[in-house]
Ligand binder design. Structure first.
Ligand code: ADP
Ligand code: MG
Length: 448
C-alpha cells in the first residue's frame, strides 16, 4: 500500500462526488494504514469521520480495492492531537469513531434484509426469485443470476438471502463473496501454494454467492477456477447466486462456457427504479432515521422532490437523504425543499437526465399519433400545428436549449416561430383542460 494509491483513490472520489463535496469531506482525510482488510483513516474530527463513513464508505472501499488493496472496512480515527476545527460537534473531545462501512466478506450486512428491501414493479421479479432461493428448499433454478445497474439492490438481495438462510437453514454453509475478493483469494492461494485449501474451501459450501462478476472480465485464470468451482457446486445441486451489472451475454471476455452455464439458470434483472419505488424507499429510510436523528424534521414535499429529481441509483438517493439529515441536525432546522436544492445541488445536477429535443419530438408525435416527419415538416394544418407547438413548449420547459437551437431542430424554423408556439401553449394551458392534461401526461412520461 502506498500513498500514491491513496492519492489515486482521492482523485477517483473527486471525480465521483464533485469538487465541493471533495473539499469538505475527502480532502481532509489521511490514510494511516491498511491491514487485515481494515483501512485506518484519520479524520479531522468525529463528525467528518462519521459522516464520510456513512455517506462515502462504500465508494472509498470500492476505489481502494480497485487500487489493489483488499479492504472491507474503514475505521475512522481522529487525527492525533489535532483539535477538531469545528467545535459544533456534540463530542467534547476528539475521540475515535468506529464506523462500520459495508463489508465484502462473508458477514452479511445487518442492514440488508428482506424486511428493509422495498418491493416495486422494477424489482419484483428479482425479489421473488431471491425469496424463493432463501427458503433453502431443493434448488429449482441454478444459478440464480441477478443483474442490473449500480445501486439497484443486487448486493442487498444477496445479503438478505444469506440472513434468511441463516435463520431457516442454520445447517447450511452459506458463503457470500465479491468477485474482487474471489480474485484476491485465488491469487493469494496461488502465491502461497494453497490451491488445495482454496478449492476445498469453495467446494465445501452449500450456497455460494458471488457478487459483481463483471470484475472477472479479462482475468482468464481466475475465470477458469471460477468455472470449475461453479461446475463442481452445480453438479452437487448446491445453490449458486451470482450478480453482475449487466446480462451474462454482455460481459466482455467472459468465456463462452461460463456464459452459457450462467444462462442455464434463472436470469433476472433489476430495472431502473421508478418514481413510486424511489418514494417508497425514501419513506422506509426516513423511518430508520427517526432514531438516528431525533428531532430532525422534514417538510412535506421534500421526499417527493428527491424521488422526482434523483436518478434511479438507490445509493445516491440514500446518500442524499442522509446528507439532508446530517445537515439538518447540525443546523437544527427543518429540512425544506429549498434547503434540499441547496445542499444537494451537486447530486441534482449529476442526475439531471439529459432529455433531448429528439426524444421529446418522438414522444409527442406518438402521443398525437402523427408522423415525426410531419411534425418537423412545413405543413401547417391544425392537426399538425398543435402537436408541434406542444413539442416546442416541452422542449423549452424540459431542456436548457435556446429558442434558436430548438428552432433548428424543428425543420430549421425561426426562433420567433418557437416563441410564438410556446406562448400559444401557455395560453391554451389556462383555457383548455384537454391540452393541460396532455402536457402533464407528456411531461411525466418524459421525466420519469
Ligand atoms: P447494487 O449491489 O445493485 O449496486 P446495493 O444492493 O448495494 O446495490 O444497493 C445500494 C443501496 O441501496 C443499499 O444501501 C441498499 O440497501 C439500497 N437499496 C437498493 N434497493 C433497495 C430497495 N428496493 N429497498 C431498500 N433499499 C434499497
Ligand atoms: Mg453491489
Amino acid at each position: 500500500m502506498t500513498q500514491a494509491h491513496w492519492e489515486q483513490v482521492k482523485a477517483d472520489m473527486r471525480s465521483a462526488i464533485g469538487a465541493g463535496n471533495y473539499k469538505s469531506w475527502i480532502e481532509p482525510l489521511t490514510l494511516m494504514s491498511a491491514a487485515e482488510g481494515v483501512a485506518h483513516v484519520a479524520a479531522p474530527n468525529p463528525f467528518v469521520g462519521d459522516y464520510v463513513g456513512k455517506t462515502y464508505g462504500d465508494q472509498i472501499i470500492y476505489h481502494l480495492n480497485r487500487q489493489g488493496m483488499s479492504v472491507q472496512r474503514l475505521s475512522f480515527e481522529v487525527e492525533g492531537g489535532a483539535t477538531a476545527a469545528k467545535p459544533a460537534t456534540a463530542h467534547p473531545a476528539p475521540q475515535p469513531v468506529k464506523t462500520q462501512a459495508k463489508s465484502n466478506d462473508a458477514q452479511p450486512d445487518q442492514r440488508f434484509t428482506f424486511d428493509t428491501f422495498v418491493v416495486g414493479k422494477p424489482n419484483e421479479l428479482a425479489h421473488a426469485a431471491a425469496k424463493r432461493v432463501a427458503e433453502g428448499g431443493p434448488t429449482t433454478f441454478n444459478p440464480l443470476f441477478l443483474y442490473g445497474g449500480v445501486g439497484l439492490g443486487k448486493t442487498h438481495l444477496m445479503h438478505a438471502i444469506a440472513h434468511e438462510l441463516s435463520e431457516k437453514r442454520p445447517d447450511l454453509n452459506v458463503l457470500y463473496i465479491s468477485a474482487d475478493q474471489f480474485i484476491y483469494r485465488f491469487i493469494s492461494a496461488l502465491r502461497d501454494r494453497k490451491m488445495m485449501d482454496f478449492k476445498q474451501h469453495f467446494r465445501s459450501v452449500d450456497v455460494l454467492m458471488v457478487d459483481d462478476i463483471q470484475f472477472l472480465e479479462g482475468k482468464d485464470s481466475t475465470q477458469e477456477e471460477f468455472f470449475h468451482t461453479f461446475n463442481a457446486l452445480v453438479d452437487q445441486n448446491k445453490q449458486l447466486i451470482i450478480s453482475a451489472d449487466r446480462a451474462p451475454g454482455e460481459i466482455r471476455d467472459l468465456s463462452e462456457r461460463i456464459k452459457s452455464r450462467l444462462q442455464c439458470g434463472l436470469v433476472v434483472d433489476l430495472h431502473p427504479t421508478d418514481y413510486e419505488l424511489r418514494l417508497g424507499i425514501l419513506h422506509a429510510k426516513q423511518e430508520t432515521y427517526l432514531n438516528v436523528y431525533p428531532g430532525v424534521e422534514i417538510a412535506p414535499g421534500v421526499l417527493e422532490f428527491l424521488a422526482h429529481r434523483i436518478s434511479s441509483n438507490v445509493r445516491v438517493l440514500e446518500g442524499a437523504l442522509n446528507r439532508l439529515y446530517a445537515l439538518a441536525s447540525l443546523v437544527g432546522r427543518t429540512v425544506t425543499v429549498e434547503m434540499a436544492q441547496d445542499c444537494l445541488s451537486d447530486i441534482l445536477r449529476a442526475s439531471d437526465r439529459k432529455l433531448t429535443i429528439e426524444e421529446i419530438q418522438r414522444k409527442v408525435s406518438e402521443h398525437f399519433d402523427i408522423r415525426l416527419s410531419d411534425m418537423l415538416g412545413p405543413k401547417r394544418t391544425r392537426s399538425l400545428a398543435r402537436p408541434r407547438q406542444v413539442a416546442m413548449w416541452l422542449c423549452k420547459q424540459l431542456t436548457s436549449r435556446s429558442l434558436p437551437e430548438i428552432g433548428r431542430k424543428f425543420g430549421k424554423r425561426d426562433h420567433t416561430t418557437i416563441m410564438h408556439g410556446v406562448r400559444k401553449i401557455d395560453e391554451l394551458r389556462q383555457s383548455d383542460s384537454q391540452i393541460a392534461d396532455d402536457l402533464e401526461l407528456l411531461r411525466r412520461a418524459l421525466e420519469d
